[in-house]
Design a protein around this ligand. Structure first.
Ligand code: SAH
Length: 235
């Protein structure tokens, strides 16, 4: 029998992530291994015993809300960027955020567990926007979550692997940023740009592109055979 208790979904915590805007977030987890985030669990879901044993797993599944896609609404079919925006696929055949319940699913690396103030999980390889509400955590089980011979369907097309170069200003900025904050900004920028984060509709654009990583405005331009990071500045 259905009760409100079984259908009620509560947010268990929120993500703080290096991706402070949606543009250029990788299209799947793991594409940018340096992309870091913290998941701070909220009361009453932040009792230390609730994560007992979790630290023995290298990776975890996060179920979360695509909270920043809700306003745009859901779609029956979408044009996956990986197919260059040329082909429509049914929403249930994609991982698009624009789905009826706006629920996302990402496998991320569990770097550490911080129990000094409630429960905080330190994560890497994320594809999550800063502020993302999380609704569940499950350990990744290699034996059952990675079936032998699984077929990747239309997603078999490889992600881009662009060459990424830096201007002297950008290179120096990243070194100073890394010294001051400990965040490997240059590596993160390279990982994000290598996968070509441009939406299909902007592939022919010649002007500069901009993205926000942490509190840094990164400007880059497409050039023969790859992209050049032209400038970085704090917002
Ligand atoms: N691994 C997830 C997400 C795939 S879609 C899944 O399969 O369900 C990845 C895109 O989700 C990213 O490019 C980013 O733009 C978008 N995204 C990440 N967090 C989001 C959020 N909180 N709200 C809306 N979109 C988000």
């Amino acid at each position: 029998m259905e009760s409100s208790q079984t259908t009620k979904i509560e947010v268990i915590g929120h993500i703080s992530s290096c991706f402070t805007e949606k543009f250029a977030i990788p299209r799947q987890p793991g594409l940018a291994p340096s992309a870091c985030a913290r998941l701070k669990l909220a009361e009453p879901f932040n009792r230390p015993e609730m994560v007992r044993g979790l630290e023995t797993f290298s990776h975890i599944w996060l179920l979360f809300m695509f909270h920043d896609a809700v306003e745009e609404g859901w779609k029956a079919t979408v044009r996956p960027p990986r197919l260059g925006g040329r082909v429509r696929k049914g929403i249930w055949a994609t991982r698009s955020p624009h789905r009826p319940n706006f629920i996302g699913l990402s496998v991320v690396k569990l770097e550490d567990t911080d129990l000094s103030d409630g429960v905080e999980l330190l994560l890497s390889g994320v594809d999550l926007l800063d502020g993302t509400p999380v609704i569940d955590i499950k350990p990744y089980l290699p034996d059952s979550d990675c079936p032998a011979g699984a077929a990747g369907g239309w997603s078999g097309e490889a992600f881009a692997a662009l060459e990424v170069r830096f201007s002297p200003q950008a290179r120096e900025f990243c070194s100073a940023y890394e010294r001051n904050t400990g965040s490997p900004l240059a590596t993160l920028i390279s990982e994000v740009l290598r996968a070509d984060p441009r939406p299909a509709s902007q592939r022919s654009r010649r002007e500069e592109f901009g993205m926000l990583l942490y509190d840094v405005n990164v400007r880059w331009r497409m050039e023969e055979g790859g992209c050049v990071v032209q400038s970085c500045e704090r917002t």
